[in-house]
Design a protein around this ligand. Structure first.
Ligand code: PAF
Length: 281
């Protein structure tokens, strides 16, 4: 496994590899967990070579303290990747390798997807995600790129980005991996205390309850139920709960038979912001 820190040398290495088969790409911000590893393993199963980028992208953080405190464990990440079977290249750049002039994001119109949920609560977040994913895809030129469904809104936005920018890459969404208590695996979980880790399971429990009651309960009643569940647990602060149309990501006020719905939660355990989602029908 080779680790490149500069895009020029990465591109050089990939230009010779391109001739021998398919390239899969797993973009990450590091602090790798089994969720990431499942993406890398899927990519290894479907490609001849997999590029994993590890880069904490500053332009997608709307909160400087969140950026500073984002877990960074490059040595552990590399050791984890070394254990996998298959050909992996790691791209571990400094900020200046990807943002040569200014550390700023391009402004995107993702057809409204960017204005819902995460977009409302993290201003400019998806401009940052779009900017970095576009840069990385143009450098790596993968056949297929893999994204986790934990960031379901991000996955839809990346699909839109690829169509807006005409990027010749196939985007694949992969299922959420969960801890034993149901908490969705996330790099941010590394910042939770043992107690917060246990309490954060309320997110999964509540989503599951909503899923079970979805066919027999109105959306208004489900909204009330979730608010109550979080009020009963003072350690987790609900930022939003939404039942949204899976395609448009617009908040659903009532159900229609032909539509697919998903429930989304963002909540704080202390300073740590956690998100999760679940299909409902
Ligand atoms: O999901 C993430 O880890 C990041 O948003 C991504 C896609 C690597 C872009 O920085």
């Amino acid at each position: 496994m080779v680790v490149y820190t500069q895009k020029e040398t990465l591109v050089q290495a990939l230009s010779s590899t391109k001739k021998i088969g398919k390239i899969g790409f797993v973009p990450t911000m590091g602090a790798l967990h089994n969720g990431h590893i499942s993406l890398v393993n899927k990519a290894l199963g479907e490609n001849n070579l997999v590029v994993v980028s590890i880069f904490v992208n500053p332009t997608q953080f709307n909160n400087n303290s969140d950026l500073q405190k984002y877990p960074r464990t490059p040595d552990d990440d590399i050791s984890l990747l070394k254990k996998l079977k298959g050909e992996i290249i790691v791209y571990l750049p400094e900020v200046s390798d990807l943002y040569e002039d200014a550390v700023s994001a391009k402004h995107y119109n993702f057809g409204g997807l960017e204005n819902e949920m995460e977009g409302k609560h993290r201003k400019g977040h998806f401009d940052g995600v779009g900017t970095i994913v576009s840069k990385l895809i143009k450098i790596v030129k993968p056949d297929t790129a893999y994204f986790g469904e934990k960031d379901f809104q991000q996955l839809q936005i990346v699909k839109k980005l690829v169509s807006i920018e005409n990027l010749p890459v196939n985007i694949v969404g992969c299922p959420i991996l969960r801890e034993k208590n149901g908490l969705a695996m996330s790099s941010r979980n590394k910042r939770l205390t043992a107690k917060q880790f246990e309490e954060a399971a309320i997110i999964y429990r509540t989503l599951n309850e909503v899923r079970k009651k979805f066919s027999t309960t109105s959306i208004a009643d489900l909204n009330t139920l979730v608010a109550e569940r979080f009020l009963q647990n003072p350690h987790l602060k609900l930022e939003y709960f939404e039942i949204a149309n899976e395609k448009t990501l617009k908040t659903a006020k009532r159900k229609t038979k032909a539509s697919k719905y998903r429930a989304f939660i963002a909540a704080f355990a202390g300073e740590v912001r956690l998100i999760d989602n679940m299909p409902l029908n």
